[in-house]
Design a protein around this ligand. Structure first.
Ligand SMILES: Nc1ncnc2c1ncn2[C@@H]1O[C@H](COP(=O)(O)OP(=O)(O)OP(=O)(O)O)[C@@H](O)[C@H]1O
Ligand SMILES: [Mg+2]
Length: 262
């Protein structure tokens, strides 16, 4: 190995996610525009941006659900386009639009996902039972997912994303629709996962949660990266909300309201 190659390999060991010029177009719209992102391994990463900024599109590309129009992405040093299966094995995802097999019960679904990922049979029951208890979904084991409430669906999706012990976890708005008790449980769980070396890539519009949990953040607006770095650097001594508004733009006429409202 040349010194350069050694250096590159060392870089891969500390980077969970790296993108180069990652781009996605939908017709004329450039939803994600030449994104260069570096996410250190083991960090709790908050990916922020206004509605329609390109966050979910980025997550869909990083998890192999959507093909980039240009550019490339690496997860844990592996190129996503070249080694899609190996990459997918190492990651877990709760996408914005949940895609659940909803004619199964919670325990059936978790067992199914676990087997798909090759979790040893004897482990499946224990892991599923613990996850269902943690998510407070163990009270109605016979209920089909189609009959779950919104928050319950979200929680079973999170349980399914964790069952194969992923090294990188993508969570698109995980707290949306989740009650305060479960939200606390999930935050504690996320911190435990990060303490064990899991990298979490999270989007949330709840900036107080992001500020409390995340070690690093990136902000995108209209598909372009506008800031990226450790939380303290982005906050620059103030609060995250102020930094966010400074970076993405404040409402043009604050308090103008609706003309017809009187
Ligand atoms: N399948 C699609 N076809 C056409 N346009 C799309 C498609 N998916 C996303 N877009 C567009 O791409 C842009 C980025 O959307 P995306 O869902 O990534 O935003 P987001 O940052 O996740 O927003 P939000 O915070 O509202 O979830 C939007 O303008 C959206 O309308
Ligand atoms: Mg989104």
């Amino acid at each position: 190995m040349t010194p350069d190659e050694t250096h590159a390999a060392a870089g891969d060991a500390v980077r969970a996610i790296r993108t180069e010029g990652l781009t996605r177009r939908f017709g004329d719209l450039v939803a994600v525009d030449r994104l260069d992102l570096e996410v250190p391994r083991g960090c709790f990463f908050g990916f922020l941006g206004p509605n329609g900024a390109g966050k979910s599109t980025t997550i869909a590309m990083l998890t192999g659900l959507l093909r980039p129009s240009a550019g490339r992405a690496e997860i844990l040093g592996r190129d996503l386009a070249r080694e899609p299966l190996a990459v997918k094995r190492s990651l877990g995802v709760v996408p914005e639009q949940l895609a659940l097999f909803d004619r199964l019960t919670g325990p059936e679904y978790l067992a199914f996902v676990a087997r798909m990922y090759g979790v040893p049979r004897r482990e499946v029951r224990t892991r599923a039972a613990e996850l269902l208890a943690l998510m407070d979904l163990d009270g109605a084991p016979r209920k089909l997912i189609v009959d779950y409430s919104h928050g319950m669906k979200k929680k079973i999706a999170l349980a399914a994303a964790l069952i194969h012990r992923p090294e990188v976890l993508f969570l698109d708005e995980p707290f949306e629709g989740i009650d305060a008790v479960a939200s606390r449980e999930i935050k504690d769980l996320m911190l435990q996962l990060v303490a064990r070396g899991v990298t979490i890539f999270l989007t949330s519009h709840v900036l107080e949660i992001v500020e409390r949990l995340c070690t690093d953040v990136a902000i995108i607006a209209r598909g372009r990266l506008v800031a990226s770095g450790p939380m303290d650097e982005i906050r620059r001594g103030g609060g995250l909300e102020e930094a966010f508004l400074d970076l993405v733009g404040r409402p043009e006429t604050p308090g103008a309201g609706l003309s017809w409202l009187g």
